[in-house]
Design a binder for this molecule. Structure first.
Ligand code: GLU
Length: 507
């Protein structure tokens, strides 16, 4: 039975790179008929940010990434928040010490800092490891008895992992293949602190083991920690059930190299967070995909393809299709460049899949927010006509406002280009035609374009665009006669007469 977990630390809003990690875990779990777990890794209390956990839950829920067990829904392997599991970690740290895989260390922060400085002056880097640990204050150099005496006396301590000297540690990664590192390159990481809190490394391994996690799918930034994690499984005697690892490639800036950061988003105008985030400390607000009007399906589809491909040219995939097609062996080793164009392309495509009804509801609300009464049927008509021009819901009012109100001003450039001094005569003719011919497409088309414009050798573009200026305010919009039929005869005539009056005087 496949069991995967998404294990964020509640240190702020969830970056979209983290969302992608959650998504890949979800796709894999669903495809394998396995379970998806949400575990909150909050052992580092200094980085805890209030509201972050709730934000993560809300963001993933908005995107349709669902959990079978987790901090918000419980489950048979709970609790799912590490601070609520605090009591269970000490015994594991003690087991490692007993078995010779770890030791107590009493070095004060000042001592460690002085060591670092000392090494720096020799152009070397200090590492707490098999070469230096005998020179430091720990249960190996002091002896266990002295160590116990200090602990009993209340001296602060940490528990460090004791890497064996000069062994090669291999991590089998489902994306990268075998990654091997020598233990001499690794430092004796802190696993546990005297305040009773484990560090990320210990808690992560104990939890993955006790929660029976089968696959660890996480960001590439954790690859350097993986050899320690593999060694911890060995040290605990849990090698047989050690999860498979898959380290996902980084999400890169749209141009140049490097990790996609919040600053890139601010600079280039796209969110790097799924939902808007209000920083509780600084009060700073960061934009979110949801608030910018992105559809969750668009964000999911875009993120799925940042680092993975289905092996075909197919780009549009629903969550169900993604679940079917997802394959860890098709995840790229290389970083994936974020593209705003692509994000907007997906958004546009998914917006087109909304029904006219759904778009009409958004439009209706915006119209009413502008203090204009309208009816739903009319909004559906406008929505069906205008949807293809829309990418974001926020564009609806600007793009469609002339269906609901007469223009209050006329675009100067358009007027200068199209509205010749004789134009009021032609516009008066339009009014006459609308007043006399049946109010339907073919009749208007024939009377206006054939019997008047063509028969009199007039410039179709000039006349029709002037009519557009009168009705819309500028030379944009759908087919002119369809537009007239939609807004109605009386309203069209009113607008044309208003334009005649205004533009005649002004020219
Ligand atoms: N708590 C870690 C993070 O915030 C999880 C790393 C892992 O998945 O092992 O990314």
């Amino acid at each position: 039975m496949v069991r995967v977990r998404f294990a964020p630390s509640p240190t702020g809003p969830l970056h979209i790179g983290g969302v992608r990690t959650a998504l890949y875990n979800y796709l894999f779990a669903r495809q394998q008929g396995g379970k998806m777990i949400l575990r909150i890794e909050d052992t580092d209390q200094t980085r805890f940010v209030p509201g972050a956990e709730q934000y993560i839950i809300e963001a993933l829920d908005w995107l349709g990434i669902k959990f079978d067990e987790g901090v918000h829904i419980g489950g048979p392997f709970g609790p799912y928040r590490q601070s609520d599991r605090k009591a269970m970690y000490r015994q594991y740290a003690e087991q490692l010490i007993r078995d010779g895989w770890a030791y107590y260390a009493f070095d004060k922060p000042e001592t460690l800092e002085a060591k670092r400085k000392e090494y720096e002056t020799q152009k070397k880097t200090f590492q707490y490891d098999c070469n230096t640990r005998s020179t430091m204050e720990n249960s190996l150099s002091l002896g266990m008895e002295e160590a116990q005496r200090r602990i009993d006396a209340g001296d602060p301590y940490v528990v460090r992992f004791k890497f064996p000297d000069n062994i090669d540690i291999t991590v089998h990664d489902l994306i990268r293949g075998d990654v091997t590192m020598n233990s001499r390159l690794l430092d004796d990481k802190v696993l546990f602190k005297s305040d009773g809190m484990p560090t990320y490394h210990l808690a992560n391994i104990v939890d993955d083991h006790t929660m029976e996690i089968t696959h660890v799918i996480r960001g590439e930034e954790w690859l350097p920690s993986a050899p320690l994690h593999v060694m911890l499984y060995k040290a605990f005697g849990w090698e047989q059930t050690m999860p498979h690892f898959a380290h996902l490639p980084l999400l890169l800036k749209p141009e140049g190299n490097g990790k996609l950061s919040k600053r890139d988003g601010d600079r280039l105008g796209f969110p790097v967070f799924p939902l808007e985030w209000h920083d509780p400390k600084s009060g700073e607000v960061s934009s979110g995909y949801r608030e910018q009007g992105y559809l969750p399906q668009a964000v999911v589809n875009m993120l799925a393809l940042l680092g993975w491909h289905p092996g075909t040219d197919q780009e549009m995939m629903t969550m169900d299709e993604l679940i079917k097609l997802f394959d860890i062996s098709h995840i790229s080793k290389n970083g994936a460049k974020f593209s705003l164009d692509k994000a907007q392309w997906f958004q546009h495509e998914y917006f087109q899949q909304l029904s006219d009804e759904e778009v009409a509801r958004m439009l209706e609300k915006q119209v009413k927010d502008h203090g204009i009464e309208t009816d739903h049927g009319y909004c559906v008509k406008v929505a069906s006509m205008m949807k293809e021009r829309i990418t974001f819901p926020s564009e609806l009012w600007d793009t469609c406002c002339y269906f609901f109100q007469a223009p209050t001003e006329y675009n100067e450039k358009d007027v200068a280009k199209r509205w010749t001094p004789d134009m009021h005569i032609h516009m008066q003719k339009v009014v006459d035609i609308l007043n006399t011919v049946p109010f339907e497409h073919d009749a208007i088309h024939k009377a206006l374009l054939d019997d008047y414009i063509a028969a009199n050798g007039l410039n179709t573009g000039k006349v029709m665009n002037s009519l557009r200026i009168a009705v819309v305010g500028r030379t944009v919009g759908p087919d002119m006669i369809t537009l007239i039929l939609t807004i109605g005869k009386e309203e069209t005539i009113r607008r044309v007469q208003k334009a005649i009056a205004k533009l005649k005087v002004e020219n």
